[in-house]
Design a protein around this ligand. Structure first.
Ligand code: ATP
Ligand code: MG
Length: 236
């Protein structure tokens, strides 16, 4: 069974068509990566999937049901949640307040239980809970952004360049947590990355996006050996 299926999707901005006839799927319980250079359209895919921009053609299905006409908030209710590029936290609000922002679809009775569980995955946030997000390091802020998304109890988490601007050791720690969430909670993950080496190590399956089209796809371990991928993204 496939969780997320994208069929012949086209999307863009005004007269510009960024994505052209893209098809791919994210199997239930998997971690899939989309790799690609600046401007390839990675964020545009995330926006189209989460309902922040309309699609022009094609379809997006979640568990066999079309979601591409639903408002962004309704897609969150169906289990699809985005951690956006650049995190988009409220800097003057505390970590706790930011986490609660993610729970807007959930009954209040779940807040404490869900937050406690998330803090077990991200123990560093425990000490920072009552501090403004602006005071966090880049790595802590990214973990808080992922934690906020988890407060919506997603079945599919969309991560847009979570490693951006972070040191490799921090990325490794964060990816280990994502991997644990995938294994222990059955969380399905679609991650967009320019950091190909670490993304291919995290994901089972990957797609390479170039100029709005998927140019390569396959098992991560095969793509990591692919000559074009090595030359483009892995420094030869
Ligand atoms: N709001 C917008 N209006 C018009 N064009 C846009 C808008 N956002 C992005 N674009 C254009 O769409 C194309 C794809 O952008 P997108 O942000 O999806 O790329 P990306 O792969 O996420 O890049 P990056 O790695 O820099 O995040 C680019 O040419 C970009 O200039
Ligand atoms: Mg982007």
């Amino acid at each position: 069974m496939t969780t997320l299926t994208i069929h012949n999707l086209s999307a863009g901005y005004g007269p510009i068509e960024v994505l052209r006839d893209i098809s791919f799927s994210v199997p239930q319980g998997s971690i899939c990566a989309i790799l690609g250079p600046n401007g390839a359209g990675k964020t545009t895919i995330m926006r189209a999937l989460s309902g922040l921009i309309p699609i022009r053609k094609g379809s997006v299905e979640l568990n066999g049901a079309r979601i591409d006409k639903l408002a962004a908030e309704q897609r969150v209710r169906k289990g699809l949640m985005l951690t956006p590029e650049g995190r988009e936290m409220f800097p003057s609000l505390t970590v706790k307040e930011n986490l609660l922002m993610g729970a807007f679809t959930q009954p209040k009775a779940r807040f404490q239980e869900d937050m406690d569980k998330i803090l077990e995955y991200f123990p560093r946030l425990k000490q920072r809970l009552n501090e403004p997000t602006a005071s966090l390091s880049g790595g802590e802020a990214q973990m808080a952004a992922i934690g906020r998304s988890l407060m919506a109890r997603p079945s599919v988490l969309l991560l847009d360049e979570p490693s951006h601007g972070l040191a490799p050791a921090i990325v490794e720690r964060m990816f280990a947590i994502i991997s644990k969430l995938n294994k222990d909670e059955g969380l399905t993950v679609l991650i967009v990355e320019q950091n190909a080496r670490q993304a291919l190590a995290l994901a089972q399956q990957a797609y390479v996006l170039q100029a709005g089209k998927i140019s390569l796809s396959g098992a991560s371990k095969d793509l990591a050996k692919n000559q074009a991928v090595q030359e483009l993204y892995l420094g030869g």
